[in-house]
Design a binder for this molecule. Structure first.
Ligand code: OGA
Ligand code: NI
Length: 370
């Protein structure tokens, strides 16, 4: 190959760019054997790069496990302490014994899988670049901004109010609307129970049900994201998702049996071992702000692998769209001054859609004390 030809290989033609916009699944269906340049990260950002100090993985570390059933019993105060510790030290925990029926969970994974197996023409109907669209099929992390693409396709379903958004959700596979409705209602319920526990762990409610705040959480927004990470011929060169933090108060993530999620802990990447029928729960940017920095919104990323495709469903919960996000006044005092400025949701959405949110840019921009 002449030098000029090899240069040409690195430049994406308009046709290539159009192809990449259609997603990784579509690309794989065309039978590629190598990762196209568009998806190749700079060496320092590649997942196993020795140039990245963080890449010495920490295989022995396990995420804290919270037993939801215990939270409802006489051990509540110990479980609240464990939740507080997990949110401070890791920003993440795994939730077991949560009581959600296994068929609700398996149906959700099942319709998610089936959606990505539909012919591309069918999936394409739901493509939209409008951040506020009730349904959005797309690829990469922020496909309008990403220079290098990620090895992920997604289906985003906004969930409130359900009666308004349901007619926009995909009509195929036929059981998607029913499965996703059940799943979204039940994750919302779990989220509220967890939020109640979290408020209590922050010392913001003495007894369950007394919080004026809880109303605001009930009316909050919910976005479900079905992530599809097809198997990748060269998984060392790319990522399913770049290091990012989630924006809301809490994310409840359901992952299938395939590993991939890693969180940053003490400067290392730690793999989250899938526990069947459990949820991975993590603190989002808004909860870090609300708790005035006590609970941490932690960077996480997704690895892909060469043999298996992976599905996950993230349910992101936050305050209503017209709310202000601010540190709880009860958590601010002389010893613990306010650390973040107030932000409304619209400003926040503008921020995420206008930059490449590869790190904690948003939170950094809100900090009063660094
Ligand atoms: C997310 C996310 C992790 C995963 O959707 O924000 O971090 O394992 N997903 O898919
Ligand atoms: Ni995330």
């Amino acid at each position: 190959m002449s030098p000029s030809m090899s240069l040409a290989v690195n430049e994406n033609t308009k046709e290539d760019e159009q192809l990449y916009q259609k997603g990784v699944k579509h690309l794989c269906e065309r039978g590629i054997k190598k990762v196209p340049t568009k998806y190749i990260l700079p060496v320092s950002e590649q997942p196993y790069s020795r140039k990245d100090d963080h890449n010495a993985a920490n295989p022995n570390l396990k995420l804290p496990v919270i037993d939801f059933a215990q939270l409802q019993g006489s051990n509540r105060s110990q479980v609240l302490d464990s939740i507080a510790k997990a949110c401070q030290d890791y920003g993440f925990f795994q939730l077991i014994n949560h009581g959600m029926a296994t068929d609700v969970i398996s149906s959700m994974i099942d319709v998610g899988k089936k959606f990505f197996e539909l012919p591309f023409d069918e999936r394409e109907k739901y493509m939209s670049s409008d951040m506020r669209s009730p349904v959005r099929y797309g690829t990469s992390f922020n496909q309008n901004k990403d220079g290098v693409f990620c090895w992920r396709d997604f289906l985003k379903l906004s969930c409130q109010p359900l009666s308004d958004v349901l007619p926009y959700w995909p009509s195929s596979p036929v059981d998607l609307r029913e499965a996703a409705t059940n799943y979204s209602k039940q994750t919302k319920f779990l989220y509220l129970m967890l939020m109640e526990a979290i408020l209590e762990s922050l010392g913001l409610v003495e007894t369950i049900g007394e919080s004026e705040n809880l109303r605001e959480f009930e009316d909050g927004s919910q976005l479900m994201v079905v992530n599809c990470y097809p198997s990748c011929p060269e998984p060392d060169l790319t990522l399913g998702m770049p290091p990012h933090s989630d924006y809301g108060l809490l994310t409840l993530l359901l992952q299938d049996e395939v590993k991939g999620l890693q969180i940053q802990h003490q400067g290392r990447w730690v793999t989250v071992e899938p526990i069947p029928n459990s949820f991975v729960v993590n603190v989002g940017d808004h909860l870090e702000i609300f708790s005035n920095g006590r609970y941490k919104s932690v960077l996480h990323r997704v690895l892909v692998n060469s043999s298996k495709s992976r599905i996950s469903v993230a349910s992101l919960h936050s305050l209503p769209f017209d709310s202000m996000i601010r540190p709880s006044p009860k958590l601010i005092n002389e010893d613990n001054p306010r650390r973040y400025m107030d932000t409304d949701f619209a400003t926040f959405l503008e921020y995420v859609s206008s930059c490449e949110p590869k790190s904690k840019n948003f939170l950094e921009s809100r900090k009063l004390i660094t």
